[in-house]
Design a protein around this ligand. Structure first.
Ligand SMILES: Cc1cc2nc3c(=O)[nH]c(=O)nc-3n(C[C@H](O)[C@H](O)[C@H](O)COP(=O)(O)OP(=O)(O)OC[C@H]3O[C@@H](n4cnc5c(N)ncnc54)[C@H](O)[C@@H]3O)c2cc1C
Length: 383
């Protein structure tokens, strides 16, 4: 089968990897003129690392394994610790922070030469009368396949066509994030921390090689111009927090390291495409990064879609295979989207009388259950 993928992000590349390993003819068209360098780091949970393994991608030693996640108050008091080790033991797959650039390189390294074409801006996706599907590009050219997959992220051009509009709306929040060698206490370990207060949140995750993935979630309006010094704004907002790691991050933060990512979300419909066209990853389900499930969900999509397209019968009726994929993935992806509200997280604080250990055990149990519900691969729910 000939498959045209729009977007060489985590999801598009992972799908290309899965499909080309199964003998499909695959091409990926990416808007950027060259491979993405930035994007800081990604925390991959057990479902994301399981999907990568199934797609033939061995993470090897890149990034840093995560064994625990502390939830702290702005004072630095640990409210509870999620036992990520126990989650790994339950599902058999680890959680890992990886630099996004390294992950993309690793996935792309297993693709046949010339699979990814850069500088190709998709403007439309069209289902042709003969059942084939075309991606049309800004330079007037097009690519036609049995299937076209829009894996082109939160402002997907493919989604605009397939859903007759772009329903992704800003949530009123954004992340300032960076991947830098900050000398915080936990940089050398395997424990990450999320500090939550009324101003927003700060996340700090060791990412290997002395690097730390850190971010601040703050209220944001799209019409506000980018501040001349984002670090100045963060110091004003979070300067009264006494958590020692947050203080160190603020002290070492540099304006030029920071990337701004606006949070958006939309309802996840039952059907994602038309005929031989479908969507994958953020294009199908954009949601805020609070639960760090966006890339994991894109990888789950890639795994499920490569299975659906390799089924017997998919060649004769690719549209039916795509609808099976959407139907399998819709529920878990919609639940992950629902659970990812930054706004609610900043107001949540477990009652202190329960005690740290009890809350930690409860949170870990909840998390194991949640991960099973947002995952197809960990619970073997195939399309
Ligand atoms: C601040 C922040 C932190 C995050 N942290 C985590 C985390 O820790 N863990 C996690 O699992 N997820 C995280 N996410 C979410 C994660 O980044 C996304 O969910 C994930 O990248 C989605 O992958 P994707 O392939 O669908 O889209 P993307 O990675 O956005 O890739 C889309 C690709 O399509 C290309 N493209 C766009 N438009 C066009 C076009 N018209 N034509 C051709 N190409 C096009 C883009 O250039 C891009 O390369 C985070 C997100 C943010 C904003």
């Amino acid at each position: 089968m000939r498959v045209v993928i729009v977007g060489a992000g985590v999801g598009g590349l992972a799908l290309a990897r899965g499909l080309s390993d199964q003998g499909h003819e695959v091409e990926v068209h990416e808007r950027s003129p060259e491979p993405r360098e930035g994007g800081a780091g990604l925390g991959l949970h057990s479902n994301g690392t399981a999907a990568l393994k199934a797609l033939g991608v061995d993470l090897g030693g890149i990034g840093r394994r995560i064994d625990g996640l502390e939830n702290r108050a702005p004072s630095g008091r640990v409210r509870y610790t999620l036992d990520v080790d126990a989650v790994r033991d339950h599902y058999g797959f680890e959680c890992r922070t990886v630099p996004r650039r390294e992950l993309l390189e690793l996935i792309a390294a297993g693709l046949p030469e010339g699979t990814v074409r850069y500088g190709r801006i998709c403007t439309r996706v069209r289902v042709n009368p003969d059942g084939t599907v075309s991606a049309l590009f800004g330079d007037g050219s097009s690519a036609t396949g049995d299937v076209v997959v829009g894996a082109d992220g939160i402002r997907s051009a493919a989604r605009r066509d397939l859903w007759d509009g772009d329903p992704a709306r800003p949530t009123g929040w954004a992340s300032w994030q960076a991947l830098t060698p900050v000398p915080v206490g936990l940089a050398a370990g395997t424990v990450a921390a999320v500090v939550q207060g009324r101003q927003g949140m700060c996340g700090i995750m060791p990412a290997g090689d002395g690097l730390v993935q850190w971010w601040f979630d703050v209220r944001w309006r799209p019409d506000i111009p980018r501040p001349a010094s984002p670090v100045g704004v963060l110091r004003r907002l979070f300067g009264d927090w006494t958590d020692p790691d947050v203080r160190t991050v603020l002290q070492h933060a540099k304006d030029e390291d920071l990337g701004l990512f606006e949070h958006v979300r939309h309802r996840v419909p039952k059907v994602w495409g038309k005929g031989g066209a479908t969507l994958l990853g953020d294009a199908a389900h954009s949601f805020p990064p609070f639960t760090a499930q966006g890339a994991d969900q894109a990888l789950e999509d890639a795994w499920a879609l490569s299975l659906a397209l390799s089924d017997e019968g998919a060649e004769a009726d690719p549209a039916a295979a795509l609808r099976r994929y959407e139907s399998a993935r819709r529920g878990p992806a919609a639940l992950a989207a629902l659970a990812s509200g930054t706004e609610a997280a900043t107001r949540f604080s477990p009652p202190r009388f329960l005690g740290k250990d009890r809350v930690s055990a409860l949170a870990t149990r909840q998390y194991v259950g949640y991960l099973g519900r947002v995952s197809n691969i960990l619970t073997d729910r195939r399309p």
